[in-house]
Design a protein around this ligand. Structure first.
Ligand code: FAD
Length: 332
């Protein structure tokens, strides 16, 4: 590790600019441009920054379920050295960050790019626009947010945030898991933490794709206006105090019936309190239905079991991701 790296708080970052070495991930030093309280539990933070045009996306500019890391300073610590991190990250940046003292390194949490708008250069008659990145933060129902939720709840214009995401110059965009292949039908299921990803996926689906999106959010006031193809049905559910995941679980069983059963396979048990619930296969060509499930780990595990064992879906056509675990702080 170079002396420069140590001075930057242990995360190996290259210098900024055109000579920056090209690596898969970059740390982007961004600032809050706008804050919009979309609904009681969704707060959209729009970020901007000079190097945001180097932020990666899919081949057509899509972001789908593109995940990013946000770095939140510990209370009482300004962490100027973390906020000063810029540029390409060495492959071992994460291990280096983990070795720092917790009070120094702050908290790292995973979020989704809800939208990425490229800069529009000024031209005659047009003022131009800086690149912008939206993140929709969930303010945890009933309060009790961790560092990321608290940061979002208090964020104001001009605040800075370090975001770790893919580098556009690398080629492959790391962090996108949605891979339906040639599936003509989709099932998208998630709680409020997966709504930003599902909304971005729906907006990018080709017009011929059909299917269902089953979304569970804290209250009816959290239903969002999102765009989707004509043959996709979007089914919102307001939890209103019901058990987390119960409504989306019941609705998936309405939408995808076990009668469609071809062959049932018992998926292996995943210890969701000891391991990350995460499998994102690339859909095998020719499959009619591709399912993408994300949210609280126990809810997602139950649904995956239903789809693979009871409905008989090929496990290669089911991507499932535990985005968070009730009552636990997941290591970033
Ligand atoms: C790939 C991926 C993409 C994600 N995208 C988004 C996104 O776009 N927007 C978003 O808001 N979240 C998203 N999440 C989920 C987010 O990372 C977690 O909710 C995270 O725990 C929030 O961090 P925190 O610091 O607020 O709470 P933590 O410190 O991590 O947790 C504190 C406590 O709150 C509980 N908790 C965590 N999340 C919630 C919740 N949503 N509701 C109720 N209790 C909760 C925990 O179980 C714990 O007990 C994503 C997660 C992954 C893995």
């Amino acid at each position: 590790m170079s002396a420069d790296t140590v001075a930057r708080g242990g995360i190996a970052a290259g210098p900024e600019g055109a000579d920056d070495p090209v690596r898969p991930m970059r740390a982007f030093g961004l600032r809050v441009a706008r804050v919009a309280q979309l609904t009681p539990h969704f707060r959209r933070i729009t970020l901007t920054g000079e190097d945001l045009d180097l932020f990666g996306s899919g081949p057509g500019g899509e972001t789908l379920d593109l995940r990013i890391k946000v770095l939140i300073p510990s209370p009482g610590h300004d962490l100027p050295e973390l906020h000063a991190v810029r540029g390409s990250l060495q492959d071992d940046w994460y291990q280096n960050w983990r070795t720092l003292d917790e009070s120094v390194r702050g908290a790292m949490r995973t979020y989704t790019v809800r939208d990425l708008r490229r800069a529009v250069p000024a031209s005659s008659g047009f003022a131009g626009r800086a690149a912008e990145l939206d993140i929709d933060f969930v303010l945890h129902p009933g309060g009790g947010s961790g560092p990321a939720g608290q940061w979002a709840g208090g964020a104001t214009v001009g605040d800075s945030l370090t975001v770790i995401g893919p580098c556009a110059r690398w080629g492959d965009c790391l962090g996108i898991e949605f891979a339906p292949g040639s599936a003509g039908r989709v099932l998208l299921v998630g709680d409020e933490t997966a709504v930003p990803a599902i909304a971005a996926i729906l907006e990018s689906l080709p017009a011929h794709v059909s299917g269902h999106a089953v979304l569970e959010v804290p209250t009816a006031a959290d239903f969002l206006d999102i765009a989707f193809p004509a043959d996709v049905e979007v089914r919102w559910h307001a939890r209103n105090g019901a058990g987390h995941g119960e409504l989306m679980d019941a609705d998936v069983r309405n939408v995808i019936l076990p009668a469609a059963c071809l062959r049932g396979e018992e998926p292996e048990e995943v210890d969701i309190d000891g391991a990350l619930l995460w499998e994102t296969p690339e859909a095998t060509p020719g499959h009619g239905l591709y399912a993408w499930l994300a949210g609280e780990a126990a809810a997602i595990r139950g649904l995956r079991r239903y789809l693979v064992r009871d409905v008989g879906m090929d496990r290669n056509a089911v991507a499932f991701m535990g985005y968070w675990r009730m009552g636990q702080v997941l290591a970033a």
